[in-house]
Write a protein that binds this ligand. Structure first.
Ligand code: AMP
Length: 222
């Protein structure tokens, strides 16, 4: 069993790496951003509460995301471990997660922190889009579909750009990340769990480094 967290500013490739590692190791992903987007589309109570914060690039209140995680983490789906993408986002969420895991006799094994310059990120995020059918992530600069307008995975032509991927909201999301990330990284640094990665490297290189580190951690814990 291994419990992983991906940290890094929006657009650093967390979601992409989380998906790759999830497939390679058959580990389920818990992405608060994806869950909140689903809730918003369903127009549920949580979705309606979250959408104004999300549209402005601000963090949704801690109680909302913490209750989402509480509902998920104790279910049998995550018995063999999980990958968290987008949670925790600040030290309060990290402390709360620690308490929840302790009560389940579990812990975080590794925190992967993707680092990259803001200006590179903004260029990347303005270019990213996903398949509206299967969720495959693309980028106009670095990963176009092999056949124009056709998803490589499922053949759909329904591509979507995220509503919060416009420059003003992107800049605000970067500021939000940097204002809360320091405490968060510090929290996991003191526990000796952080492994830093240069997110400007190629995706396959980063994946190899992550797999290598997961190997180190699992071997050391045996
Ligand atoms: P993401 O897909 O991770 O970039 O998240 C998109 C948006 O969802 C963020 O800009 C926040 O508004 C909200 N969100 C996702 N995860 C969290 C979290 N852990 N805490 C607060 N807000 C979150």
């Amino acid at each position: 069993m291994i419990n992983l967290i991906f940290l890094g500013p929006p657009g650093s490739g967390k979601g992409t790496q989380a998906k790759i590692i999830s497939q390679k190791l058959s580990l389920p992903i818990i992405s608060t951003g994806d869950i909140l987007r689903e809730e918003t589309n369903k127009k549920s109570k949580i979705g309606l509460e979250a959408s104004s914060y999300m549209d402005a690039g601000q963090l949704v209140p801690d109680e909302v995301v913490i209750s989402i995680i509480e509902g998920k983490i104790s279910t049998s789906e995550y018995d063999n471990g999980f990958i968290m993408d987008g949670f925790p986002r600040n030290a309060i969420q990290a402390q709360k997660l620690d308490m929840m895991l302790k009560s389940l006799n579990r812990k975080i094994d590794l925190v992967l922190e993707l680092e990259i310059e803001t200006e590179i990120l903004i260029e990347r995020m303005l270019a990213r889009f996903t398949c509206g059918n299967c969720g495959e992530i693309y980028n106009k600069l670095s990963k176009k579909p092999q056949k124009k307008n056709i998803c490589d995975i499922c053949g759909s032509s329904n591509f979507i750009f995220r509503k919060d991927d416009n420059e003003e909201v992107i800049r605000s999301r970067q500021e939000v990340y940097h204002s809360t990330a320091k405490d968060l990284v510090e929290f996991y640094l003191t526990k000796g769990l952080i492994y830093k990665l240069d997110a400007s490297e190629s995706s396959s290189f980063i994946t190899e480094k992550i797999l290598g580190q997961i190997n180190n951690v699992t071997q050391n814990s045996n």
